[in-house]
Design a protein around this ligand. Sequence first.
Ligand code: UDP
Length: 236
Amino acid sequence: MPAYKRILLKLSGEALMGDDAFGINRATIVRMVEEIAEVTRLGVEVAIVIGGGNIFRGVAGGSVGMDRATADYMGMLATVMNSLALADALEKAGVVARVMSAIAIEQVVEPYVRPKALQYLEEGKVVVFAAGTGNPFFTTDTAAALRGAEIGAEIVLKATKVDGVYTADPKKDPSATRYSAISFDEAMVKNLQVMDATAFALCRDQKLPVKVFSIFKPGALRNVVLGGDEGTLVHV
Ligand code: UDP
């Protein structure tokens, strides 16, 4: 039995790169979609927010020297590309998916309309929220927190490169250990990196728990959805 009825899955753009240095790796996206399809087959309603870091980020790389807001709009457009690729791969895997954009781009993607998103989810369709929050100076983590709260998701599942929140950076400190659960307050006091500050504050205020887990560990998403001891649960 799944532990949740409705989840908001946050995938970083980088997760789509696989071993490539840039862009969308076909084998990686196909594998990821298999895992998502498996979760939908458990009867869980799935909404997804995907980042854009594999293509463009407003604060790094090609954006250096650019006007920040312009660069951020480019970053949001990058998430639209990723969302299209993800929805396409989902459909190919037999999962009905809809992309909804926070920025009007109607010839490509339908606009985000909350009641419509809720309807799709109730119909068992996977909804991919594209273009982040639609505003510069935010991140897709914040979009995940925002949409998660709006659609009444029971949890935000943050799929990352590491398999949870650690006492210290495991790359720098080999003695670092993973928390299986930690409260928002404790994570804040200890200054642990869960999500960016805006996303963190939103989830905390809305009492929306966050689970941080590894996207690269096969079966991890399913295990999380089944309530297994996977990754780190950040709770109220
Ligand atoms: N972005 C934005 N507003 C949002 C979400 C994203 O301006 O609400 C821009 C921002 O420039 C960001 C880029 O889109 O760097 C890609 O998103 P993010 O860095 O969150 O992607 P990820 O790190 O998850 O791949």
